[in-house]
Unconditional design. Structure first.
Length: 201
């Protein structure tokens, strides 16, 4: 707690009971300032108050939990569902794991302590490659913080060649999924070959 001129009147660590300050002057204005917030909370804004004669001055300061929102997208900006993601603290032992799901464009994590973190993809949905880890920093701000990870699609390029290695054009090719039991599944794509090949993602 400070005077308006910046002189420290009292300093303490909050607990489960109220803290009492006796050496204040009636009519003077003071500033209650939080220097360090508990892990998982943002630093509260200053509370300015004036001591009033004849009554006990009760001052309340509220901390807001930190909040991080994680988004998983593909290279076209579409939300990717079915990815298993993990956040792990580099400065602490915080760990959070979840699977992106339909209807959830962002995954919210509250009360995440300030520090350095790494976002990793443990499993990518079908058709996508596992994204590179993303390192980021969480601060003790009251603002919602965001981090984004982008999944690159798996891309394959197909060519048709003869026994001499020459490209063969005008052949009709089809690509099918393979079922778990080994049988032919759904058609993925069909195309006519050219000398430049066919890209399938």
């Amino acid at each position: 707690m400070l005077t308006q001129s910046g002189v420290v009147v009292d300093e303490w660590v909050s607990g489960t009971t109220n803290h009492k300050v006796n050496n204040i002057s009636i009519g003077n204005t003071y500033i209650l300032r939080e220097k360090i917030a508990p892990a998982g909370y943002s630093i509260a804004p200053d509370v300015v108050f004036t001591a009033v004669d004849g009554q006990i001055t009760h001052i309340k300061m509220e901390d807001t939990p930190t909040e991080l929102r994680v988004t998983k997208k593909d290279t076209s900006g579409n939300i990717v569902y079915g990815a298993v993601l993990e956040i792990r603290g580099l400065d602490n032992d915080f760990v959070s794991t979840w699977t992106t799901r339909v209807g959830e464009s962002e995954h919210a994590i509250k009360k995440i302590p300030a520090g350095r973190y790494i976002l990793s993809e443990l499993s990518a949905p079908a058709g996508y490659a596992i994204a590179s880890p993303v390192e980021f920093v969480v601060t003790d701000t009251r603002e919602v913080q965001r981090v984004e990870m982008v999944d690159p699609p798996i891309i394959a390029q197909f060519y048709k060649r003869d026994d001499k290695g020459n490209y063969v054009a005008d052949a009709v090719l089809e690509l099918y999924r393979k079922n778990e039991n080994g049988t032919k599944g759904a058609l993925v794509e069909s195309w006519v070959t050219t000398s430049s090949g066919q890209t399938v993602s």
